[in-house]
Design a protein around this ligand. Structure first.
Ligand SMILES: [Zn+2]
Length: 273
């Protein structure tokens, strides 16, 4: 099982917590869960004796950094058997194709975006369709049922449907224990109602309702440790480095409410156009 990286492998602290590609060292989150992402993008490793799970990959440009972070924990890349995603935007998953080649892991996806992942092309249903960069096509993608639990040995990673920012948006929650003190970890998807210049959240058939429901679902999820894809949305690295409390049972509620309020604002602005 993984162990904390040696100081020799630790790189300097981040210059920018918004930088998708800037390298930073791996960090322990809780139990068998580790942060292996960059300064600006979260990638999470859940270690289990039955095979490790990776959630997201960061952009393709950051692939080497993420792999280095995983190796710094003493983890063999080919012990990563499963890759899960928060959503199909290249800043979070552009490196999945190369990570899959390096690990041999299968990618599990919501059924509504399997074809998007395989194609590497932007999804025309996506609010940012006109502006997104594509990503390397991913093979070996299997659909799971929304709301199901991914079972890896004794570990259960529960899916939380979180469409709204993107059509395939997914949150994930699982429990980790240290000395019999167990915590619910929640890797929440983005709740940002941002788009290209054409998309309207107020248009019929938009992702507005889905986003609202995603916020409500997240707010109801038992949550001790919140992880967000862009760490700044939850001060993640600051918390992991001990400058703020890691555990905050209100964090998911607050994050969900902030997302719902931003959507309301956005809808009001669209009405004034
Ligand atoms: Zn996104």
């Amino acid at each position: 099982m993984p162990s904390a990286p040696t100081p020799a492998s630790a790189q300097t602290a981040c210059k920018s917590l918004d930088d998708w590609n800037e390298p930073t060292y791996a960090r322990h989150i809780y139990g068998n869960t580790w942060y292996v992402g960059t300064c600006g993008i979260s990638v999470v490793l859940i270690a289990t004796p039955a095979g490790h799970v990776l959630i997201d990959s960061a952009p393709e440009k950051a692939s080497a950094t993420v792999r280095q972070n995983i190796l710094s924990l003493g983890v063999n890349l080919n012990d990563i058997k499963t890759i899960l995603l928060t959503h199909e935007h290249h800043d979070h998953m552009g490196g999945v194709a190369s990570m899959q080649i390096a690990t041999g892991a299968k990618v599990l996806s919501r059924s509504n975006v399997v074809d998007v992942l395989k194609s590497g092309k932007n999804d025309s249903r996506d609010p940012q369709f006109e502006e997104l960069g594509g990503f390397a096509p991913i093979s070996n993608v299997y659909a799971f049922d929304d709301n199901s639990a991914i079972k890896i040995g004794h570990t259960q990673i529960q899916h939380i449907p979180m469409a709204g920012h993107a059509p395939g948006g997914s949150g994930w929650t699982w429990q980790e224990c240290e000395k019999r003190i167990c915590k619910n970890i929640v890797f929440a998807d983005s709740l940002g109602s941002i788009s290209d210049n054409l998309y309207l959240y107020s248009a019929p058939g938009s992702l507005a309702n889905a986003l609202k429901e995603s916020s409500e679902r997240l707010a109801k999820t038992p949550c001790d440790i919140l992880i967000t894809g862009h760490g700044t949305a939850s001060d993640l690295l600051t918390r992991l480095d001990g400058a703020k409390p890691l555990v905050d049972t209100q964090a998911c509620v607050n994050y969900a409410q902030a997302g719902a309020l931003r959507l309301e604002d956005r809808l009001k602005k669209e009405m004034l156009k």
